[in-house]
Design a protein around this ligand. Sequence first.
Ligand code: ZN
Length: 203
Amino acid sequence: MKIICVGRNYGAHIEELQNERPEHPILFLKPDTAIVLKKQPFFIPDFSNDIHHEVEILVKINKIGKYIDKKFAPTYYEEIGLGIDFTARDLQAQLKEKGLPWEKAKAFDGAAVVGNFLPKSTFESVDDINFSLKKNGETVQKGNTRLMLWKIDALIEYISKYFTLKIGDIIFTGTPAGVAKVNPNDKLTGYIEETEVFSIKVK
Ligand code: ZN
């Protein structure tokens, strides 16, 4: 399986990092080796002093598809989840400055937390889902999918022009504002609406 991530999909997050508003979705990939295994902690890698949490809504693909029209996109997923796109912000800044790919800062081992998935039918609309991240019991990121610049179905249409989507692929749909550094012994807990969908220790 592969992970397809969307960058800069929430206005407030674009502003906090003083990035430009993209004309099209920004995409990058993470390999399956980036996923933190269930019940394991996240280990801060030795090549970064500034690992940020980015909490993001996840979409799990359940059907193979390419050139998927937006109106058929809902038939390609049944489950919505939540995860963290861990980012080595210091390394990413260096790579961005040189115009180099972000992979080392975004796709390293442990850079993807994938929480539990909930059936799509749980929600009245996938374009109105509240989600949040607590760090040591305090809410640090909060979002709602209605604030995405490109909504889930539009993302599936766009992504599938470039990458064939396969069963089990996961889309990370972008982070809202509030990204910040993690430190050893932090505990990160993710919520979709009121349901806890992951809890992970930082080491
Ligand atoms: Zn992200």
